[in-house]
Design a protein around this ligand. Structure first.
Ligand code: GLN
Length: 217
């Protein structure tokens, strides 16, 4: 079996642990750098990315996380966790840093203040999934090495299509669809919270990714 850590600084840790156990993984809570050593994979939960970033700084976790994830630890970030795995953020707080690893730009709080919470049936890796977005980011642009696992059809709201600036060299999205699930190698991220809706499809995908990565070593 595989051991998957859930970063337990902040956010909905228990729901992720439960979902991982349902997929046959052993879930452990992680708060200290030493605890990263024994993991086969790591989940970074949803919560608040600025708080998470400050706690990572306070607990001396940011550099160890960068190092461990940079050297091949599989990781999955949900919502605030997606922000933490992004190489670039738009609308971050002053000086806000990420762990990085996925060659993408994410827009923080992208769905706009009037759409704090949004539910929609979307597509994950070719299967339908009920997704819940809570003050969620979306992916503004991706590099060539990033695989899209899912997109959302935007709700009709004033902030939505304003989304914006596409970076040179990126693959632009149409005005009404946004990327909300991605994978780059051993890293994956979703803008929504699959741990809250009870469908194990995303956690199963990640657990399988962790198993395969472990077998390759
Ligand atoms: N808006 C939050 C942030 O910027 C993310 C919200 C969430 O994780 N549900 O980190």
């Amino acid at each position: 079996s595989v051991v998957i850590g859930v970063l337990a600084l902040q956010g909905d840790v228990r729901e992720h642990a439960r979902a991982l156990e349902q997929c046959g993984a052993t879930a452990v809570r992680v708060r200290r750098a030493e605890e990263l050593d024994d993991l086969d994979g790591l989940v970074i939960p949803g919560g608040e990315s600025t708080a998470m970033w400050k706690l990572m700084r306070a607990f001396d976790l940011l550099e160890p996380l960068r190092k461990r994830i940079g050297s091949g630890l599989p990781a999955y970030g949900s919502c605030a966790g997606m922000i933490m795995l992004a190489d670039r953020i738009v609308d971050g707080a002053d000086g806000q840093e990420t762990i990085g690893g996925i060659d993408m730009t994410v827009r923080r709080n992208a769905f706009g203040r009037q759409v704090d919470s949004y539910e929609s049936t979307i597509d994950f890796d070719g299967s339908p999934l009920d997704a819940v977005f809570i003050r969620a980011p979306w992916v503004e642009s991706i590099g060539a090495g990033v695989e899209v696992l899912g997109r959302v059809e935007l709700p009709d709201h004033p902030h939505g299509a304003a989304g914006g600036s596409q970076h040179a060299g990126s693959r632009p999205e149409g005005p009404h669809r946004r990327i909300v699930a991605v994978r780059q190698g051993r890293l994956m991220a979703t803008a929504y919270h699959p741990e809250l809706t009870g469908d194990p499809i995303v956690h199963r995908y990640f657990t399988e990714l962790v198993r395969q990565s472990k077998n390759e070593e």
